[in-house]
Design a protein around this ligand. Structure first.
Ligand code: TRP
Length: 460
């Protein structure tokens, strides 16, 4: 094992769980999951998602954690050093570098979206203040112009708020693994869950919410035969568990040596799933409560409004009908999304940062500066050419690259890594059954299943 004596570690198993679930729980859970559920007909998608998360994403997560813990290094060094064979080293390094690039690209679009969340947190807050204090007509016109600017998508607004979001991310990552990532994940995650539960209880008390619950809980089984549904569910599971790009691998490398990985990984998967379901239970009923109040929830084609329309139109329209309290709720809701995005974005930035630190011998501050400025410049390009680039970057990174890299990681854990190293890295005595099944599973079943769904995706 190549253990550098100065390498940081999470202080405890709980610290790791907080950081890893912080990474996993993000916009993918609170926005992506309910949106995909609404788009794919409700409960059938939820069912497919839960099955695939445990059948595919969890074993793939274990592959990353095991490689990270065994090699105690970033994805490039880790994959490049699993086997002394020169060709395998080369392939490993190349795949690792590809992972670093994809993590950076994901952060480039993710921080734009994170910026939108900050803007939407500020807007209701400013409106609320303006409506409670007595201001002149002139000032009130400018406040209105300001709040409209905040919620209208323009390159300038996007660039400013994306930079702000990136600054917050940088602040946390620069403070290091323990004092930055672990500490802030531990603070922000409970805040997030509390906010969600409060909002959910509120939404459930509204009329119409019950219809949303039905959509979420009663599956239309015929939909399960649709391959597009499986492709979306797998993509969602991979994105939600932050797989493929070395995020979980680097967090695995900071894990305390005596924690058992199978149970720890299962907990991360379960918490991630629970929070996605919680978000579904909050947002889908909210859509129907909005309909009850006369808000249009279907688009011209008769399809449930999802994606940006759902988050930035349907829900704010619902909040508006609640008067003053609605503005507090709106601000709280977007603050929640900002927090969730932040504990995820720090884990993405850690991928290129750890690589620059370890392989190019840069100080942490310098590594953070170089990585974040490069990524931010890419976000600026996306913001300027938004219509051409945004969807293309999202699809390229999440639909194509993440599953491909997922296959590579499973193959490296299953075929390239020595079996005794694999078992050693799993650790713990509670994992005997797991140790029998999983090494075999990650060799054959995982890569083949991911490949099958991936090829299905290419054909549709
Ligand atoms: N999982 C996070 C979410 O659900 C996003 C995320 C963090 C991510 N790190 C990642 C996605 C690495 C892909 C790869 O929002």
């Amino acid at each position: 094992m190549t253990t550098a004596p100065t390498r940081p570690l999470f202080s405890s198993r709980l610290g790791f769980i907080m950081a890893a679930t912080g990474s996993a729980v993000g916009l993918g859970n609170i926005w992506g999951f309910p949106t995909q559920t609404a788009e794919n007909g409700g409960a059938a998608f939820v069912l497919a998602y839960c099955v695939l998360a445990f059948l595919l994403a969890y074993p793939a997560l274990m592959a990353e954690l095991v490689i990270g813990r065994h090699r105690r290094a970033n994805i490039v060094t880790a994959l490049g050093g699993l086997n002394p064979n020169a060709t395998l080293r080369l392939i490993g390094c190349a795949a690792g570098l590809y992972g670093v690039a994809i993590a950076s690209l994901i952060l480039a679009f993710y921080s734009l979206v994170g910026g939108w969340m900050i803007a939407h947190t500020l807007q209701p807050g400013i409106e609320l203040i303006a409506s409670t204090v007595n201001i002149s007509a002139d000032l009130s016109t400018s406040v209105e112009a300001g709040t409209t600017w905040l919620t209208t998508q323009t390159p300038w607004r996007d660039i400013i708020f994306c930079s702000l979001f990136m600054t917050l991310t940088v602040g946390i990552v620069a403070a290091g693994v323990g004092r930055g990532i672990e500490r802030w994940s531990t603070r922000l995650m409970p805040t997030l869950i509390t906010l969600m539960i409060v909002l959910m209880i509120y939404v459930w008390s509204l009329e119409g919410a019950g219809e949303g619950l039905r959509l979420l809980l009663v599956p239309d089984v015929s939909r399960l035969a649709n391959p597009a549904l499986l492709v979306s569910a797998m993509g969602q599971a991979f994105f939600s568990l932050s797989l493929g790009v070395g995020t979980m691998l680097i967090y695995g490398s900071y894990i305390n040596p005596d924690a058992s990985l199978p149970t720890t990984g299962a907990m991360v998967t379960a918490i991630d799933m629970a929070i996605a379901l919680l978000a579904g239970l909050l947002i889908i009923p909210a859509i129907f409560a909005a309909q009850h109040l006369g808000i249009v929830i279907y688009d011209e084609a008769g399809v449930l409004r999802s994606g940006p329309g759902l988050i930035f139109q349907t829900l704010p329209a619902l909040f508006k009908t609640m008067g003053t309290i609605g503005q507090v709720v709106a601000s709280g809701f977007f603050a929640l999304l900002t927090i969730a995005a932040l504990t995820s974005s720090i884990s993405m930035l850690e991928v290129p940062v750890a690589y620059l630190e370890e392989n190019h011998h840069l100080s942490r501050h310098r590594a953070v500066a170089i990585a974040s400025l490069s990524i931010l410049s890419f976000s600026v390009v996306i913001a300027i050419y938004f219509n051409v680039l945004f969807d293309a970057v999202v699809n390229f990174t999440t639909e194509y690259s993440q599953p491909l890299l997922g296959i590579v990681l499973c193959v490296f854990a299953g075929w390239v890594m020595r079996r005794d190293h694999l078992l050693d890295a799993l650790g713990g005595s509670d994992s005997r059954l797991f140790n029998k099944i999983w090494p075999w599973y990650v060799r054959f079943i995982c890569p083949l299943l991911i490949a099958a769904i991936f090829i299905q995706n290419l054909r549709t």
